[in-house]
Each structure stands twice: as structure tokens, then as C-alpha cells.
Design a protein around this ligand. Sequence first.
Ligand code: NAD
Ligand code: ZN
Ligand code: ZN
Length: 361
Amino acid sequence: MAQDVRGVIAPGKNEPVRVETIVVPDPGPGEAVVRVQACGVCHTDLHYKQGGITDEFPFLLGHEAAGVVESVGDGVTDVAPGDFVILNWRAVCGQCRACLRGRPWYCFDTHNARQKMTLTDGTELSAALGIGAFAEKTLVAAGQCTKVDPSVSPAVAGLLGCGVMAGIGAAINTGNVTRGDSVAVIGCGGVGDAAIVGARLAGAAKIIAVDVDERKLDTARSMGATHTVNSRTTDPVEAIRELTGGFGADVVIEAVGRPETYRQAFYARDLAGTVVLVGVPTPEMKLELPLLDVFGRGGALKSSWYGDCLPSRDFPMLIDLHQQGRLPLEKFVTETIQLDEVEKAFERMHHGDVLRSVVVL
Ligand SMILES: NC(=O)c1ccc[n+]([C@@H]2O[C@H](COP(=O)([O-])OP(=O)(O)OC[C@H]3O[C@@H](n4cnc5c(N)ncnc54)[C@H](O)[C@@H]3O)[C@@H](O)[C@H]2O)c1
Ligand SMILES: [Zn+2]
Ligand SMILES: [Zn+2]
């Protein structure tokens, strides 16, 4: 039987979000209903609310979550009721051209639930990133549930569902940061700080954090940055070059998603270095660069979708590292909040007051 639960809806472009009753269908074949225990507030939820991703309002927001599987539909064998899971937005299909070539972290045909969750009047909801977890329960494709060690706190585990995984993966999977590398991270919110943590885990020798907000630089230092640059007062390209013997960093990770910070990343990198764009731009943004510089500086310009992660490989591994005290995921949780406080959390995010507000249910 379908169930009525509370969930956070973005009703229309730039309208405040609100808590509504939503209807969660029973899981069909290949689907699972998950009782959400925690869901972090990610910048991408704000992008949805602002109409920056699609205009398929109303959205059921939230996508950085952990919880317990309540029920599963026919044919589901990988997870069972009672399993503690992190929700992912990369349920690999196994059949697309990326999967068939053995590169499932790029899967071009990821699975979501086939059925829609609705408002009580039947209006269909678009679930953010196919998850929609600012809700007491949500319906997902079973492949979106990744089982992990249940002894970790849900507020911490859920972070791996999006932003923190994106940042760590930008460093270790996309940027291939390795022992001895110099790394610069531009934009030290949740994603940028996770890139710092990832770079540290991978053995980077120098980690330079860049932000316009001094508070963010303090946190970045506590996450493992060896140097910080306030780009409001200092030219970050010059500063990064100075800190790297005049050359630039081996890997520069852009975690803001703006043309001017991308340009900084491009020029702050050593010859043959790598730029990783993990920040998400908006549709009107344009970038102009001298093509000769693109050629002449060599190396790789990469984008990182979800940290090029493979949830089944990366989530349990990162939870293990966290349990061993080698990955300080708990530092990303600035505050825990209730469902009806998401709008306020967007405000605080906008003002740079938090790394992550996490809704705990
Ligand atoms: N690629 C992916 O798969 C993926 C996944 C999740 C989030 N993201 C994106 O990553 C980006 C960062 O997300 P977040 O949650 O960390 O956001 P956030 O708002 O917490 O952090 C952004 C940081 O950038 C800083 N900043 C803003 N303008 C700057 C500038 N000009 N120079 C330097 N720093 C500046 C801010 O002070 C803040 O610390 C967003 O664009 C988000 O949509 C991407
Ligand atoms: Zn695929
Ligand atoms: Zn996200």
C-alpha cells in the first residue's frame, strides 16, 4: 500500500521550499523504499530550487542520504529490508557503452525508480537526482542503495552520497592525485574540503586551499590544507605558483563552478598538469581561453561527475577508512536540522556559514 510521509518540496522557480505530504508507492520490480535517517543539504538542491538544473517543478529535494531499506520489489537481490544503505545517484546499468567497456563509473544510463512519488492530489514529483530524500521515506531503484557498515552514524554516512564523494573522487579518481603531488583546491565548501581530504589521503605533499572567505580557509586548514590563499585579497594564480617553486600545482581542483575560478585553475597548474572541474556551472556561463594556451600548457582538462565514483567500490571503502580514523567525515557536519529547516539551511549555505547542514529524521 502506498504510504503518506512528509517531504520537502520546491514548488516553483525561486519559491521557498515547504514541507508537504507526499505519497510513496510500494516498490515495483527493481525498486526499494528506504526509511531515510539523514540527508545533507547540498548546493545542487539550491540549484534545483533556483531552476538552474531543469524546470520540471515541483521537485522533491534532497539527495545526500543514508537510511534503512524498508521494503523491496520483485527481483531485488542485492539489498533486503533492514539493510543500512547510502543512496547513490549512479546505479550502474551494466549495459550501456561505458559499462560494456569496463568503465561503469561513467555509466550513461543509470537507474532510477520507474514509479513516481506524488503529492496527495496526484501531482507527480521530480526527485532531485532521482533520489528525493528530504523525506521520511523515499522510493529509489534498488541499485541506488549501497550497503555499508551499519555502525557508522547516518548523518556522516549520507555525506558520501553526493558532495563529499564528489570532492574526494575529484582528487583520487578524476585527478589521480598521487604521493608527492602538489594540489590546489579553489572553493572550500563541502566539496572543496572533501577534495582536500582526498588529496591528503592520496599522499599529496602540498595542498593549497583557495577561497574568498577566511572562515572557509580556517576549516580547510583543519581538513589538511598545508597552505591557504584568500583570493579576495591575493591573486591566487601568483600565490599558487609562488608556493610551488614558480611552476604551478600538479593538480588544480575547481570546486566553485564559475568561469573566473576555472580560469584561475587553468593558469595555476604546472605544465602538463591536470585541471579538474567539479563545481557545477549554470547554463549562461561562458569561458574564453587562448587556444594556444590550451595547447601549449598541455596536460589534461577534466570534469568530475560525482567524483567518477563507483558506489559499490568507493562507499564501503571510504566508510572503512572513516571507521579506522583515517577519514574525518564527521568534520563535515556543521549542524543537524529538521525537515522544516531546509529553507533556513539554504540561507546559511548562501552566506557561507556552514559546510553541511544535515537533516536528521
Ligand atoms: N560534480 C559533481 O558531481 C558535484 C557534486 C556535488 C556538488 N557539486 C558542485 O560543487 C560546487 C561546490 O559545492 P559545495 O556544496 O561545496 O558549495 P558551497 O557553497 O558549500 O561552497 C562553495 C565555496 O566556494 C567559495 N567561493 C565562492 N566564490 C568563490 C571565488 N570566486 N573564489 C574562490 N572561492 C569561492 C565559497 O566561499 C564557498 O566556500 C557547487 O557548484 C555544486 O553544485 C558538484
Ligand atoms: Zn551503464
Ligand atoms: Zn549534491
